[in-house]
Design a binder for this molecule. Structure first.
Ligand SMILES: *[C@@H]1O[C@H](CO)[C@@H](O)[C@H](O)[C@H]1NC(C)=O
Ligand SMILES: *[C@@H]1O[C@H](CO)[C@@H](O)[C@H](O)[C@H]1NC(C)=O
Ligand SMILES: *[C@@H]1O[C@H](CO)[C@@H](O)[C@H](O)[C@H]1NC(C)=O
Ligand SMILES: *[C@@H]1O[C@H](CO)[C@@H](O)[C@H](O)[C@H]1NC(C)=O
Ligand SMILES: *[C@@H]1O[C@H](CO)[C@@H](O)[C@H](O)[C@H]1NC(C)=O
Length: 553
């Protein structure tokens, strides 16, 4: 027993020395996941709380920090948290989705060991199983730049995280039952801003100062528009990349996306509405909060400002205006001898995304087939169903029959949908073109775990090889979540620089739950800890991986 304990300790120490940045600080969290009463729309609901809070506690970290998050599941059902936009370098073991991790059983705990390696920016975490996200359990993640790393704007006076999402009065088990029964979700009952509905919160600011707002759409089914009465917003960051600093009156934020804006308090001293409203819906749902000047002479005046509602071209044009901050960075490089900044590796630093030839094109089309009389959603006709064992574990332990590589094609196949545990094979260090094709009438939002991609184009109609002639190969933004407009396409270039089993999913939670997702197995034949970390010692085992040894000692 004792020698086992010592070998565990030695392995842990080796792991810390060899495989994480020994100089980077550790941040420790103990999170207790419980049910508790919340009243987000004025009626009592059973929410998923973290340490008694809804939304959950914010993770405030610095580039390269190690985050040790011990999650106690005090619910009566299995639970997992996932980390939207945290790249988990060499470490899909910590991704916290059902394809990578066994659920934490009720009454047990699991410790996530993450490193926010070479990342900056604004993200969020969320519960990934069942429809738990409909009950809360989400919170903000901030990754600040390390001291001395130049940031392309002066430090703001304050930094506010704003998590916005649509909300249902029905609880998550009832919503899940609706989906399991082969039906779509009803229209949401409201929109929440940091867990509150109308005039829920007050953000106090000083006149003349500039503040950063980090806004994420943590909702289930709807895109939103965000605006602040009487104030302009300067976009500075999107999902870990500093942007060209355009000024906007309002900003569309699709499901799962995160944006940072700077707002200068340059108006007369009073109160102003902070407004979020749903996009492309009828009716339009709205949530408001109050921006309160510390020298405010009075409350808010006038109605909350309106925003775009159904206009798609407006949204498309805004999306195209979100660009990489090329020139300023070039200038900063000269002025400040900049060597490293922003996400890994400074996307335009070591190579330029537009000058590398892609080696493979993957076209992914969403659809909404009926399968066995039930409503499902699919990618290239495959509607994903979970296996009895997490795919990452099946891969590691070489358990046959859990999934097959090649169970989803690289292009739309047409025809009806079918159920399958879909996994696509991919080679480490390949550079791929991905085209999301949306033949449906609804806006899509796609997220890719473990990677960032460069958005090279989006347009209406059917994508074809000729669409490449209009790609932006100069200053496209890099990010991890992207929308696709109705009957439109969005194209990306993506370096496959992270070995592992990675989820590619719709951020519309009903679609994700009903099969609009699959896994991308980025594979290196070199079995090296340089490419991928070994299975964690404390990994939970389940399904056909039950009883296996997590690591030979
Ligand atoms: C979690 O919270 C519940 C309810 O307050 C409590 O009974 C339980 O002991 C807590 N668990 C841990 C590990 O803190
Ligand atoms: C569960 O929590 C205990 C107490 O904090 C800790 O010692 C243990 O390592 C945790 N187990 C896992 C699997 O994370
Ligand atoms: C959800 O509500 C239903 C009643 O509509 C109830 O039976 C069920 O226990 C609730 N589930 C949770 C997790 O609160
Ligand atoms: C940048 O580096 C060059 C060459 O190393 C040096 O001469 C120059 O003084 C540096 N500039 C600044 C602003 O540090
Ligand atoms: C990309 O392909 C073009 C045309 O085949 C070729 O001329 C060019 O050298 C290639 N670029 C790189 C970086 O390999």
């Amino acid at each position: 027993m004792r020698s086992l304990w010592w070998s565990l300790l030695v392995v842990q120490i080796l792991l810390l020395l060899g495989f994480s940045n020994g100089e980077s600080p550790y941040r420790w969290y103990n999170w207790n996941i419980t049910y508790g009463d919340i009243y987000p729309l004025g009626v009592k609901q059973q929410g998923i709380l973290i340490n008694g809070q809804f939304p959950g506690p914010q993770i405030d970290s610095v580039t390269n920090d190690n985050l040790i998050i011990n999650v106690f599941n005090s619910l009566d059902e299995p639970f997992l948290l996932s980390w939207n936009g945290i790249q988990q370098r060499r470490n899909s073991w910590q991704d916290g989705v059902y394809g990578t991790n066994c659920p934490i059983p009720p009454g047990q705990n699991f410790t996530y060991v993450l490193q926010v390696k070479d990342q900056i920016g604004s993200f969020f975490y969320f519960p990934s199983l069942a429809m738990h996200k409909a009950a809360g359990g989400y919170g903000g993640i901030i990754i600040r730049s390390r001291p001395l790393i130049p940031v392309p704007f002066p430090p703001p006076t304050g930094d506010y995280t704003i998590l916005i999402g649509d909300w249902f009065k029905q609880n998550h088990t009832d919503l899940k039952a609706i989906l399991d029964g082969g039906n779509d979700l009803p229209f949401p009952d409201g929109l929440l801003l940091n867990g509150r509905g109308s005039n829920g919160l007050t953000f106090t600011v000083d006149q003349g100062r500039t503040y950063r707002f980090r806004i994420s759409n943590v909702g289930l089914t709807t895109a939103i528009n965000f605006r602040i009465q009487g104030h302009k917003m300067v976009l500075v960051e999107v999902e870990g990349t500093h942007t060209l600093q355009n000024t906007y009156e309002s900003l569309d934020i699709h499901l799962g996306q995160s944006y940072s804006v700077l707002v200068t308090m340059d108006q007369p001293g009073q109160d102003y509405y902070i407004v979020a409203s749903t996009r492309f819906t009828s009716p339009v749902l709205t949530a408001t909060s109050i921006l309160h000047y510390s020298n405010s002479a009075g409350g808010v005046s006038g109605p909350p400002p309106g925003g775009p509602t159904i206009e798609i071209d407006w949204s498309l044009n805004q999306a195209r205006s979100v660009r990489y901050i090329m020139n300023l960075f070039a200038e900063m490089k000269v002025r400040q001898n900049l060597t490293a900044s922003g996400p890994r590796p400074n996307p335009q630093g070591s190579y330029h995304y537009g000058l590398v030839n892609t080696t493979r094109t993957i076209r992914l089309a969403n659809s909404a087939p009926m399968i066995n009389g039930k409503k499902r959603y699919a990618v290239n006709s495959v509607s994903f169903i979970p296996a009895d064992t997490p795919l990452k574990l099946a891969d590691y332990f070489k358990i046959p029959g859990v999934f097959n590589l090649g169970s989803i094609q690289d292009y739309p196949t047409g025809g009806g949908g079918y159920l399958q545990t879909s996994v696509m094979a991919a080679d480490f260090r390949a550079y791929v073109e991905i085209v999301f094709e949306n033949p449906e009438d609804t806006v899509q939002s796609w997220h890719i775990d473990g990677h960032i991609f460069f958005v090279v184009g989006m347009d209406g109609g059917q994508w074809s090889a000729a669409s490449r002639l209009n790609y932006n190969l100069r200053d496209g933004i890099s990010r991890c979540t992207i929308q696709v407009y109705p009957r439109s396409w969005t194209a990306l270039y993506m370096p496959l620089d992270n070995v592992g089993m990675w989820n590619i999913r719709s951020e519309n939670w009903a679609r994700q739950y009903l099969g609009q997702q699959f896994y991308f197995r980025v594979y290196s034949p070199v079995n090296s800890w340089r490419d991928e970390y070994p299975i964690p010692i404390g990994a939970l085992l389940c399904g056909r991986a039950s009883g296996r040894k997590t690591r030979p000692l």
